[in-house]
Write a protein that binds this ligand. Structure first.
Ligand SMILES: [Zn+2]
Length: 218
């Protein structure tokens, strides 16, 4: 007969629920002072577990798309998705801008934010030199204003999160060297895509400042 089969245990559970169990009865059943103490504690404090709960660390945060090593200078991420401009009010901005706080960040390594592939390399008059990554579920990560592509990579090549994919620059419509970073879900066609705020998705390394923008940055 197993412990679970004994009428005594069923009775004990029923008693415990009614907070009427006796330590003598529990001691006879379990034969362990520790178990009795734990049970007693649980009975005295309804809802308390005999072991601390463990929260599993499940995260889908993206690798920060710029190398945060301070040897390249202090990094700032403008919290300007959707045009959160304290100076100009609403303005159109589909991503966030990440750049150096003081000295120019031109040439700073840009990193793959996710495991995926190089989907497309393209140059725009506004976005400048652009590299787009795609992950396994059809989300696109757009890197704009690059100074240069990592030349060992070409369209279709796999990338691993944290891998250097290019360098920060100021190509296109911008006045400072920075990364304009966007996340497009499902499609690169504006009418079909859902463009989301990267900030909640990013894992911010120590030392990177998230700052409210003062203008409608590009
Ligand atoms: Zn921008």
């Amino acid at each position: 007969m197993t412990l679970e089969d004994t009428p005594t245990r069923r009775q004990l559970i029923g008693s415990a629920l009614g907070a009427a169990v006796t330590l003598a009865g529990a001691s006879q059943l379990f034969g362990s002072a520790d178990r009795v103490a734990a049970l007693s504690s649980a009975v005295m404090r309804p809802g308390a577990a005999t072991k601390p709960a463990v929260r599993l660390a499940i995260t889908d945060k993206l690798t920060f798309p710029v190398d945060a090593n301070p040897i390249y200078g202090t990094l700032v991420c403008l919290n300007n998705f959707g045009g959160r401009s304290t100076a100009n009010g609403p303005c159109s901005h589909n991503g966030v801008d990440i750049g150096n706080d003081k000295v120019s960040g031109r040439g700073r390594p840009l990193l793959a934010c996710v495991d995926g592939v190089v989907h497309k390399d393209e140059a725009f008059s506004t976005g400048g030199l652009t590299r787009i990554l795609r992950d396994g579920i059809g989300t696109y990560y757009r890197y704009h204003h690059l100074d240069s592509y990592e030349s060992s990579l070409k369209e279709g090549d796999p990338v691993t999160a944290g891998q250097v994919i290019g360098t920060m620059g100021n190509t296109g419509n911008t006045v400072w060297s920075h990364l304009h970073f966007e996340i497009w879900q499902d499609s690169l066609t504006p009418s079909r895509a859902t463009i989301i705020d990267p900030v909640p998705r990013l894992w911010f390394p120590h030392g990177v400042t998230l700052r409210a923008p003062t203008a409608c940055a590009t």
